[in-house]
Design a protein around this ligand. Sequence first.
Ligand SMILES: Cc1ncc(COP(=O)(O)O)c(C=O)c1O
Length: 401
Amino acid sequence: MSTQFLPSGNVSRIKESATIAVSQRARALKAKGRTVIDLGAGEPDFATPEFIRDAAKRALDEGATKYTAVEGIPRLREAIAQYVNSQTPGRTPVEPSEVMVTTGSKQALFNACFSLFGQGDEVLVPTPAWTSYYEMVELARATCVPVLGDPAAGFKVTVDSLRAASTARTRGVMLNSPSNPTGAVYSAEELGAILALAEDRGWWVISDEIYRRIAYDGPATGSLQVARTRERLVLVDGVAKAFAMTGWRVGWSVAPLAVTKAMSALQSHTTSNATTMAQHATVAALVDTVQSDAAVTRMVAEYHARRDAALQLLHSEPGLRIVRPDGAFYLYLDVTATNPEAGDAGTDFATRLLDEAGVAIVPGAAFGTPGWVRISYAARVDDVVEGVRRAIDLWRSSRRA
Ligand SMILES: Cc1ncc(COP(=O)(O)O)c(C=O)c1O
């Protein structure tokens, strides 16, 4: 007898991550022998730097195989506090007790949404945004309020657009600079103004700064550098992108003590501590700044070169609208004109690009803007250039307006 599965109300509205779905489809095509250029993944193509891998091996040999405190090993919490404080000289230092180590920054974001928001609350999500924000807010039973930015301004939201979308029920806002999927970076003034508005209104701010170190016009501003107070601020970061450590699953939050305690209680009943060996490797990544700065600088220079190579091709294409990415490793393209009647031209375009030209990219519907597509340049420069060429070819042959 077959068992009929009816998902519970907790998950029935949750959609699979579209970014992960694209990677899986590309992998399935590769398994069938097709050559696929994968520009879908939001994952550095570099190996984790050797000194970090060595630290993990040493930790393993020294017995780092047991549970740790839920919030993380003290050395790592101290190293994170020090890492954050070194970016914010002259400001009230973050204490290790306000830091919590999580299984990837994804878990820190989930912990924060689940601990801060609930039924009846509205959360402003500058859109387009990373696909998981919408789902995490929903999982917390709060209501997501997408706030569409202006494409001409890199889709960045402003104090005015946030104010216009807010109601008496607004309880928080999700920020992400540099942004996935657009690569847009908020200036110190823009970020400071949004944080000041949130503070005046008593909103929680969850600031996802996972791409902060991947920026091309000098370092991107972090929220702690410009916030007047951090009483209602949760900073989320991690090692996945800057240090090419996606699979290690280490992230963290920096939040007021009471919030950290609530998130710790939640995590104690879900995943407990982040993987012990990976926590030790992260200490090395954060403490050995000579080696890690050199590694980050080398990788960012490589992303920069790929971005410029891709932009050169895209900018020479008349009528093709793109967001100029100043950070992260994504290009965001408007393909509405390839199928103006379709409600979701981006999905149509991405499907055709994969099936007809063997290039995997992510439809903008995943990020709340269906006419657009995201191309990742976390791939070899030859693949980026070839993939972008094929995308331009498809754009040219399908463009109707
Ligand atoms: C904006 C953003 N935040 C968070 C994450 C998750 O990162 P982690 O691997 O640390 O969980 C990603 C991964 O794609 C991301 O793009």
